[in-house]
Ligand binder design. Structure first.
Ligand code: TRP
Length: 466
């Protein structure tokens, strides 16, 4: 049923942290987090997010890696094996399936947004070469709106990104991912740091900070979105970290790796907010209106900033190139979970599995690509609540329901089904004595399940946290 351990790849010494950070850091941090924080009016949303990262995200990150490394299998096989060993019901395998479904849903629309980053990379090269005029600055909002409403461009760049992802995943995880990510992610980190420092000197910095740290009331859905975003940003709740964990050697420390990935990911999200909010609050209210601070915030604010600062002609295309690379290291992990299932559990070859899955996801993604204005039916569709358009519906469903549910069951599984001997053994292999095993286990057993289910129930019953 499963491939023998030594036919699987194994990450090098730093390989796991690099690859997992590559998975975690992506459009969730750079595109989604800033615009959701802005839409939810800052402070309280960020606070709930940070609490969720500390109390749920970090313990769950260690739990997923542990499950993967112990079983050396992707989610479906991993749950089957461990539930079998503990002689519990095979129902846990459904959690693995839920993860595969969530991965497919996320990848289909994520790849559309990833396509935007490639488009803006090209667009910035043209601006850098041809000159960026005040007119260009004024029309950034309109450029973005026209672009997402253009069906041919949306489908084209989405297709391009699926092809890129498929290409890397066919090459195999460690060979493909480790080398590229090792260079690109630190570069992105440094560039972001430079932009944060540059923000300190902008007129809007103080107001941006006030916005980011102003703790106003937050709605029930705001809380759910903050928690959902913590899962999404950390790549948790669908077995991505189980899959990457299955390539980790026993010489690596699970707690240390988990802590590093969580820290890097959180830092990048906050830096992105610093930078974009500073731009938003450095321009006039009227200009802010035309720029638009919605889902396009990454693509409208950054070009404006680059072309006003020294070196921007070079930094603008470089930045979008690095964002595209960050998106690619995330789409790779999404695709890898689904592909690993077909390889591990169905005996498919890697090439065949990758191409077949890529084709299906491309098809679903086309519907998302056309639901941003190009096709009125897809754009105006509402299924439940106010969320409109296939793209938004899939995003809402995956981030706020599928991932938290998958995470909830993973916590329960590792907390209650796996023995202390097993979990302690895994956390201490390659680490030494782990003093927080007890608190960690109780976080998984009680804190995470209670918090996640309380929020889901509260939102279902329409409760408001105001
Ligand atoms: N975490 C990535 C981001 O923030 C997206 C992502 C990659 C993801 N793999 C995942 C989200 C697995 C959930 C599950 O952009």
């Amino acid at each position: 049923m499963s491939a023998p351990a030594d036919s699987r790849g194994t990450f090098g010494r730093l390989g796991f942290v690099v690859a997992a950070t590559g998975s975690a850091v992506g459009l969730g941090n750079l595109w989604k987090f800033p615009y959701m924080t802005y839409a939810n009016e800052g402070g309280s949303f960020v606070l709930v997010y940070l609490v969720a990262v500390a109390l749920i995200g970090a313990p769950l990150m260690a739990a997923e890696i542990l499950v993967g490394r112990h079983t050396r299998q992707s989610p479906v096989g991993a749950f089957a094996q461990l539930a079998g060993e503990a002689s519990r019901s095979r129902g846990w395998v459904l959690v693995g399936w839920l993860g595969i479904a969530a991965g497919a849903v996320i990848l289909s629309y994520y790849s559309v947004v990833a396509g935007w980053t490639v488009y803006y990379f090209i667009r910035c090269i043209r601006w850098s070469l041809g000159g960026f005029t005040p007119d260009d600055a004024a029309s950034l909002g309109a450029v973005f709106g026209d672009f997402v409403g253009n069906g041919a461009l949306q489908v084209g760049f989405h297709a391009l990104f699926i092809v890129l992802t498929v290409g890397v995943v066919i090459g195999g995880v460690q060979a493909g991912i480790e080398r590229a990510t090792k260079i690109l992610m630190p570069t992105l980190g440094l560039l972001l740091l430079a932009l944060v420092i540059n923000s300190f000197f902008q007129p809007g910095f103080d107001e941006a900070m006030r916005h980011l740290f102003h703790f106003g009331p937050i709605s029930g859905t705001g809380v759910l979105e903050a928690v959902g975003q913590s899962f999404f940003s950390l790549s948790l709740g669908m077995g991505a970290m189980i899959t990457y964990g299955s390539y980790v050697s026993r010489e690596n420390s699970v707690p240390r790796s988990a802590a590093l990935v969580v820290a890097f990911d959180t830092l990048v999200g906050l830096m992105a907010c610093f930078v974009m909010f500073t731009i938003i609050f450095s321009i006039s209210a009227a200009e802010r209106e035309t720029l638009g601070a919605g889902a396009g915030i990454l693509f409208t604010t950054l070009p404006r900033m680059f072309y006003e600062m020294p070196g921007g002609l070079i930094l603008a295309p470089l930045f979008f190139f690095l964002v595209a690379a960050a998106a690619l290291s995330s789409t790779i992990s999404l695709l890898e979970v689904i592909v690993a299932y077909f390889i591990d559990n169905r005996g498919w070859g890697r090439t065949r599995a990758t191409i077949a899955v890529g084709a299906v996801i491309f098809a679903v993604g086309v519907l998302c690509a056309l639901s941003l204005g190009a096709n009125p039916t897809l754009t105006e569709l509402t299924l439940v609540g106010e969320t409109q358009g296939i793209f938004n519906i899939l995003d809402y469903a995956a981030a706020n329901w599928l991932l938290p549910l998958g995470g909830l069951f993973t916590c329960l599984f590792v907390g209650w089904v796996l023995s202390d001997a097993l979990t302690r053994g895994e956390l201490e292999a390659g680490h030494g004595v782990f003093r927080f095993h007890g608190p960690w286990k109780w976080a998984l057993r009680v804190i995470c399940p209670l918090a996640v289910s309380a929020i889901l129930i509260a939102v279902m019953t329409g409760y408001s946290f105001n």
